[in-house]
Design a protein around this ligand. Structure first.
Ligand code: AMP
Length: 619
């Protein structure tokens, strides 16, 4: 097991002697942790019994708000006003989450399908950011009560697959709760830190973090080198967890009781009781080998063997995800040095056993699997406060980022899998004379045409001084910060005109969308390449057509009538070629025109230079 000694200061004080806390803002439960006597600890409730704060918010009709255990009790008595799983809504639009609507017991607003989703409670609307802020406020006051001091700074964890919107939404929730969020950290990175993995800078390691919670599963492969944490790949299932295990046992018990499924589906109370008993049975079987209980006057029981047989398909699904994550990282199981277990459901012995067998090594599971992420966040807070020098956290951007160029083409500026933080830029120019306003549209995705990618936002660089096409130098910089948030800056270098936006796009993206976008890019690679070829040829031809017309106008007196007629005919042929979908035809027409006009252009240039020279007075 991991033994590590780190010289961590108590309370993770920043320069103003304020504590920086670590927060795990979870789908089902949330926790807050800080450094105490050189070790990270999670804050307990007032009864010193429980470190978990259920991520549930209840609104009473008189306007009072309950968070945590008290709110969770309202899930049964007042489901319409009790909000859970809000993390699933962070940074999402109604379109993104409508398939989940049946899953929520509360109302999701569907008036504007593209806008960020809101939740309706009585006649008020709440954003997921506001709802999460309620949970964060509860955690903040919990730790303030324990420390008897005000807490204003935090590190908050998010799943490694969270996109820009979701990270930004989490950061905003912190701000709303009165917390300055110093860093958004990936959950698997935090879990590794909790075990001290990565703190010894001389060691390079590749690790897998297996996180099976109540409702979600994810696995991440991290590479740690020189104190740098890099996410190589992530995989998972946003609807796979302990709840599914409970459902499986509940169904087994129902069959044992001879309950008709129709009777059961009509009796919500019995369903709930069965589910709770099933969860109890599951927890009992984590330590014992047999469970016996009673429900509705009938006895139910289950042995460890039957339990394991029933849940094996669920466990297998998690192993399939592990296999996918390894494939995406280009690694084999024997290249994984350590496996870290996270989430309450990793207490199930079969899970531990199968994961360990899959990776062919013992797993790290001696810390409380519910607490590891929060503990790691507290350690990260300690690093940020300067107690752990030189330790960096690096992630990769999951999808390419770029802008739209002429013809609707995607021009990638930061490619997918680039380590972040990262900065990249490129220079562009105009394609029309005297162009004053330039639209910069930012996209995310792998396809060659922007229409197949996801638009993140756009802005207009206004009032560029009028210049001939091709003369302005427009420098576009993409700055992706450590939280994965993108700033796009455009600057016209000749005039110094500058404008920038922080990308907080209108709506989010699901993991499935991301997987689909990647898959699409592979499926359509051939077709995309063809379209890109045609569009690029067409752009080149259009530029040449403009230049050709200008050339004829400016050199009217130099060219013979025959040359003018021929040039016009070739320009017409090129213009016709641009109407085809064949890049070779366009290239051929470009070449013919270039070959014919090249000597004419040389002659025109010579004549113009001679004229200029003769007009020049020397001395
Ligand atoms: P998390 O979302 O990480 O808090 O995980 C919560 C899940 O862990 C729930 O499905 C719990 O039923 C499950 N869980 C908690 N304790 C145990 C246990 N002793 N054995 C099996 N599952 C557990």
């Amino acid at each position: 097991m991991a033994t590590f000694s780190i010289n961590l200061k108590d309370g993770t004080l920043n320069k103003d002697n304020e504590v920086i806390v670590g927060i795990d803002l979870g789908t089902t439960n949330s926790l807050v942790a800080y450094m105490k006597d050189g070790a990270a600890v999670c804050v307990q409730d007032d009864l010193q019994k429980n470190t978990l704060v259920p991520s549930v918010v209840h609104f009473a009709s008189d306007g009072s708000i309950l968070v945590g255990d008290a709110a969770r009790e309202k899930l049964i008595t007042d489901p319409a006003h009790t909000i859970y799983s809000v993390k699933r809504l962070m940074g999402k639009s109604y379109n993104d989450v409508q398939t989940l609507e049946a899953f929520f017991g509360y109302r999701i607003l569907d008036e504007d399908k593209d806008a960020l989703v809101k939740v309706k409670v009585y006649d008020r609307y709440f954003t997921p950011v506001e709802l999460s802020a309620n949970i964060l406020r509860e955690l903040k006051s919990r730790v303030e009560r324990e420390l008897k001091a005000s807490v204003n700074q935090a590190v908050i964890t998010v799943p490694a697959y969270f996109n820009d919107n979701q990270r930004q939404a989490t950061r905003d929730a912190g701000k709303l709760a009165g917390l300055d969020v110093l860093r958004i950290v990936n959950e698997p990175t935090a879990a590794a830190l909790a075990y001290g993995i990565g703190l010894d800078k001389s060691k390079a390691e590749t690790i897998a973090v297996y996180d099976l919670g109540g409702g979600t599963f994810d696995v991440s492969i991290l590479q740690i080198q020189d104190g740098v944490f890099e996410v190589l790949s992530t995989n998972g299932d946003t609807f796979l967890g302990g709840d599914d295990i409970d459902k499986t046992i509940a169904t087994f018990f129902a069959a044992q009781m001879g309950l008709d499924t129709q009777v059961l589906s009509a009796n919500k109370h019995l369903q709930q009781e069965l589910r709770l008993l099933a969860e109890h049975a599951k927890k009992t079987l984590s330590d014992g080998s047999f469970f016996q209980g009673e429900i509705d006057g009938k006895a139910v029981s289950i042995g460890r063997d039957t339990f394991e047989e029933l849940i094996m398909p669920l466990v297998q699904r998690t192993l399939d995800c592990c296999q996918n994550a390894l494939r995406d990282a280009g690694l084999k199981t024997n290249q994984i040095d350590k496996v870290v277990m996270v989430g309450g459901s990793t207490r199930v012995p079969l899970v531990k056993q199968k994961v360990s067998a899959f990776f062919g090594k013992p797993v790290f599971n001696n810390l409380n699997p519910d607490e590891v992420v929060a503990l790691g966040a507290a350690i990260q807070a300690d690093i940020l406060s300067g107690n752990q020098k030189d330790l960096l956290l690096i992630d990769v951007t999951p999808l390419s980022l770029g802008i739209e160029t002429v013809g609707g083409l995607m021009d990638v500026i930061i490619p997918r899998n680039t380590k972040i933080p990262s900065k990249a830029g490129r220079q562009y120019t105009t394609s029309v004379d005297g162009q004053k306003n330039l639209k910069i549209a930012v996209y995310q995705g792998e396809r060659d045409l922007v229409e197949n990618n996801r638009k993140l936002g756009e802005f207009v660089l206004r009032d560029v001084p009028p210049m001939p096409a091709g003369l302005p130098k427009i420098d576009i910089q993409f700055i992706l910060n450590a939280d994965g948030i993108l700033t796009v800056r455009a600057r016209e270098l000749r005039s110094g005109l500058e404008q920038q936006i922080d990308i907080q796009p209108a709506y989010g993206i699901t993991e499935e969308d991301m997987a689909r976008m990647l898959l699409d890019s592979i499926t359509h690679a051939g077709a995309d390449m063809k379209i890109r070829g045609v569009l690029e040829a067409r752009n080149e031809a259009n530029n040449l057509l403009l230049a050709g017309v200008k050339f004829l106008q400016q050199n009217d007196g130099i060219l013979t009538d025959e040359e003018k007629v021929n040039t016009n005919a070739l320009l017409k042929a090129l213009s016709e070629a641009t109407q085809t979908e064949d890049k070779d035809v366009i290239h051929q027409a470009i070449e013919t025109l270039n070959n014919y006009t090249m000597p004419l252009a040389h002659r025109a240039m010579d004549t113009n230079i001679r004229a200029a020279m003769s007009g020049k007075k020397i001395g």
